[in-house]
Design a protein around this ligand. Sequence first.
Ligand code: HEM
Length: 162
Amino acid sequence: AAPLNPAVLPLDWLLGTWESDEPGEGSFPTIPPFRYTETLHFTHVGQPVINFMFNAYHAESKKPLHRECGFIRIQPGTNRVAFIIAQNSGLVEIEEGELTAQQLTLQSHALARTSFAREPHVQQISRVFQLRADGRLEQTVCMATGDQPLTQHLHITYRRAS
Ligand code: HEM
Protein backbone atom coordinates (compact mmCIF):
# COMPACT_ATOMS: atom_id res chain seq x y z
CA ALA A 1 0.00 0.00 0.00
CA ALA A 2 1.15 3.55 -0.74
CA PRO A 3 2.33 5.63 2.23
CA LEU A 4 -0.07 8.34 3.36
CA ASN A 5 0.60 11.58 1.47
CA PRO A 6 1.92 14.14 4.02
CA ALA A 7 -0.63 16.69 2.70
CA VAL A 8 -3.44 14.72 4.38
CA LEU A 9 -1.55 13.59 7.49
CA PRO A 10 -3.69 15.94 9.66
CA LEU A 11 -6.68 13.71 8.76
CA ASP A 12 -5.03 10.36 9.52
CA TRP A 13 -7.38 9.90 12.52
CA LEU A 14 -10.28 9.40 10.08
CA LEU A 15 -8.73 6.56 8.05
CA GLY A 16 -10.32 3.12 8.22
CA THR A 17 -13.86 1.84 8.71
CA TRP A 18 -16.34 3.15 11.27
CA GLU A 19 -19.67 1.57 12.23
CA SER A 20 -22.48 3.26 14.12
CA ASP A 21 -22.30 1.91 17.68
CA GLU A 22 -25.97 2.54 18.34
CA PRO A 23 -28.52 3.71 15.78
CA GLY A 24 -28.22 7.32 14.71
CA GLU A 25 -31.14 9.68 15.10
CA GLY A 26 -32.74 11.34 12.10
CA SER A 27 -35.12 14.24 12.45
CA PHE A 28 -36.48 17.29 10.68
CA PRO A 29 -39.60 19.37 11.36
CA THR A 30 -41.37 17.95 8.28
CA ILE A 31 -40.68 14.19 8.75
CA PRO A 32 -41.29 11.56 11.45
CA PRO A 33 -38.13 10.86 13.50
CA PHE A 34 -36.23 7.77 12.34
CA ARG A 35 -33.26 5.62 13.38
CA TYR A 36 -30.48 4.52 11.06
CA THR A 37 -27.20 2.66 11.03
CA GLU A 38 -24.24 3.78 8.96
CA THR A 39 -20.81 2.55 7.90
CA LEU A 40 -18.08 5.00 6.94
CA HIS A 41 -14.97 4.08 4.92
CA PHE A 42 -12.03 6.51 4.65
CA THR A 43 -9.17 5.33 2.42
CA HIS A 44 -6.26 6.72 0.41
CA VAL A 45 -4.05 5.69 -2.51
CA GLY A 46 -1.09 7.94 -1.72
CA GLN A 47 -2.57 11.04 -3.36
CA PRO A 48 -2.99 14.27 -1.35
CA VAL A 49 -6.65 13.25 -0.99
CA ILE A 50 -8.75 11.08 1.33
CA ASN A 51 -11.47 9.00 -0.40
CA PHE A 52 -14.69 8.27 1.46
CA MET A 53 -17.91 6.24 1.22
CA PHE A 54 -20.82 6.52 3.68
CA ASN A 55 -23.61 3.92 3.52
CA ALA A 56 -26.72 4.30 5.69
CA TYR A 57 -29.51 1.80 6.40
CA HIS A 58 -32.86 1.93 8.11
CA ALA A 59 -32.20 0.68 11.68
CA GLU A 60 -35.23 -1.61 11.85
CA SER A 61 -35.80 -2.82 8.26
CA LYS A 62 -32.04 -2.71 7.36
CA LYS A 63 -33.03 -1.32 3.97
CA PRO A 64 -30.28 0.70 2.27
CA LEU A 65 -31.16 4.39 2.39
CA HIS A 66 -28.80 7.29 2.05
CA ARG A 67 -25.36 6.93 0.42
CA GLU A 68 -22.62 9.43 -0.24
CA CYS A 69 -19.09 9.23 -1.54
CA GLY A 70 -16.35 11.66 -2.37
CA PHE A 71 -12.98 13.12 -1.65
CA ILE A 72 -11.39 15.28 1.03
CA ARG A 73 -8.63 17.79 0.28
CA ILE A 74 -6.68 20.20 2.48
CA GLN A 75 -5.56 23.59 1.18
CA PRO A 76 -1.77 23.33 1.45
CA GLY A 77 -0.26 25.14 4.39
CA THR A 78 -3.65 25.82 6.01
CA ASN A 79 -6.25 24.07 8.18
CA ARG A 80 -8.86 24.65 5.44
CA VAL A 81 -10.59 21.45 4.37
CA ALA A 82 -12.87 20.71 1.40
CA PHE A 83 -15.27 17.78 1.00
CA ILE A 84 -16.31 17.00 -2.60
CA ILE A 85 -19.49 14.92 -2.26
CA ALA A 86 -21.95 12.98 -4.43
CA GLN A 87 -25.18 11.69 -2.84
CA ASN A 88 -27.48 8.95 -4.15
CA SER A 89 -30.42 11.36 -3.87
CA GLY A 90 -29.09 13.28 -6.88
CA LEU A 91 -27.35 15.99 -4.87
CA VAL A 92 -23.71 17.00 -5.31
CA GLU A 93 -21.97 19.42 -3.01
CA ILE A 94 -18.77 21.11 -1.99
CA GLU A 95 -18.44 21.62 1.75
CA GLU A 96 -15.60 23.66 3.16
CA GLY A 97 -14.45 24.42 6.65
CA GLU A 98 -11.74 24.02 9.19
CA LEU A 99 -9.83 21.29 10.90
CA THR A 100 -9.14 22.16 14.53
CA ALA A 101 -7.57 19.42 16.65
CA GLN A 102 -9.69 16.38 15.77
CA GLN A 103 -12.81 18.23 14.73
CA LEU A 104 -14.01 19.19 11.25
CA THR A 105 -16.58 21.97 10.94
CA LEU A 106 -18.03 22.23 7.43
CA GLN A 107 -20.51 24.39 5.51
CA SER A 108 -21.86 23.80 2.02
CA HIS A 109 -20.31 26.20 -0.50
CA ALA A 110 -21.94 24.79 -3.63
CA LEU A 111 -24.96 22.55 -4.13
CA ALA A 112 -26.36 21.15 -7.36
CA ARG A 113 -28.98 18.53 -8.09
CA THR A 114 -30.56 16.58 -10.89
CA SER A 115 -33.25 18.52 -12.76
CA PHE A 116 -35.87 16.03 -11.51
CA ALA A 117 -34.80 15.90 -7.82
CA ARG A 118 -37.68 15.64 -5.34
CA GLU A 119 -38.73 18.72 -3.42
CA PRO A 120 -38.08 20.20 -0.94
CA HIS A 121 -34.64 21.13 -2.27
CA VAL A 122 -31.76 21.42 0.19
CA GLN A 123 -30.40 24.98 0.25
CA GLN A 124 -27.64 24.69 2.85
CA ILE A 125 -25.83 21.97 4.82
CA SER A 126 -23.57 22.23 7.82
CA ARG A 127 -21.85 19.30 9.46
CA VAL A 128 -19.40 18.52 12.22
CA PHE A 129 -17.19 15.44 12.60
CA GLN A 130 -15.49 15.08 15.94
CA LEU A 131 -13.19 12.39 17.29
CA ARG A 132 -14.15 12.19 20.94
CA ALA A 133 -11.81 11.53 23.84
CA ASP A 134 -13.36 8.03 24.20
CA GLY A 135 -12.26 7.15 20.63
CA ARG A 136 -15.76 7.41 19.14
CA LEU A 137 -16.42 9.48 16.05
CA GLU A 138 -19.48 11.72 16.10
CA GLN A 139 -21.27 13.31 13.13
CA THR A 140 -23.98 15.99 13.29
CA VAL A 141 -25.66 17.28 10.12
CA CYS A 142 -27.98 20.29 9.84
CA MET A 143 -29.73 21.41 6.68
CA ALA A 144 -31.99 24.16 5.39
CA THR A 145 -34.57 23.45 2.69
CA GLY A 146 -36.85 25.64 0.60
CA ASP A 147 -39.32 25.64 3.49
CA GLN A 148 -37.27 25.11 6.68
CA PRO A 149 -34.38 27.10 8.21
CA LEU A 150 -31.10 25.38 9.18
CA THR A 151 -32.21 22.56 11.51
CA GLN A 152 -30.62 19.32 12.66
CA HIS A 153 -31.29 16.31 10.40
CA LEU A 154 -28.80 13.73 11.70
CA HIS A 155 -26.82 12.79 14.79
CA ILE A 156 -24.80 9.59 15.09
CA THR A 157 -21.72 8.14 16.76
CA TYR A 158 -19.45 5.45 15.34
CA ARG A 159 -16.85 3.12 16.70
CA ARG A 160 -13.80 2.05 14.78
CA ALA A 161 -14.33 -1.30 12.99
CA SER A 162 -10.85 -1.43 11.37
C1 HEM B 1 -35.53 13.26 4.42
C2 HEM B 1 -31.64 15.63 2.86
C3 HEM B 1 -28.77 12.32 4.91
C4 HEM B 1 -32.65 9.66 5.91
C5 HEM B 1 -34.72 14.20 3.84
C6 HEM B 1 -35.19 15.38 3.15
C7 HEM B 1 -34.11 16.03 2.70
C8 HEM B 1 -32.94 15.27 3.11
C9 HEM B 1 -34.08 17.33 1.92
C10 HEM B 1 -36.66 15.81 2.97
C11 HEM B 1 -37.08 16.69 4.10
C12 HEM B 1 -38.51 17.20 3.97
O1 HEM B 1 -39.35 16.47 3.41
O2 HEM B 1 -38.78 18.33 4.43
C13 HEM B 1 -30.52 14.94 3.31
C14 HEM B 1 -29.15 15.40 3.14
C15 HEM B 1 -28.36 14.47 3.73
C16 HEM B 1 -29.22 13.44 4.26
C17 HEM B 1 -28.75 16.66 2.42
C18 HEM B 1 -26.86 14.44 3.89
C19 HEM B 1 -26.11 15.53 3.97
C20 HEM B 1 -29.57 11.30 5.35
C21 HEM B 1 -29.08 10.09 5.97
C22 HEM B 1 -30.15 9.34 6.25
C23 HEM B 1 -31.35 10.08 5.81
C24 HEM B 1 -27.62 9.73 6.26
C25 HEM B 1 -30.07 8.01 6.92
C26 HEM B 1 -30.79 6.99 6.62
C27 HEM B 1 -33.77 10.40 5.60
C28 HEM B 1 -35.14 9.95 5.80
C29 HEM B 1 -35.97 10.99 5.39
C30 HEM B 1 -35.09 12.06 4.94
C31 HEM B 1 -35.54 8.57 6.33
C32 HEM B 1 -37.52 11.03 5.43
C33 HEM B 1 -38.13 10.24 4.35
C34 HEM B 1 -37.77 10.77 3.00
O3 HEM B 1 -38.05 11.95 2.72
O4 HEM B 1 -37.13 10.01 2.25
N1 HEM B 1 -33.35 14.17 3.80
N2 HEM B 1 -30.52 13.77 3.99
N3 HEM B 1 -30.93 11.26 5.28
N4 HEM B 1 -33.78 11.68 5.11
FE1 HEM B 1 -32.15 12.76 4.62
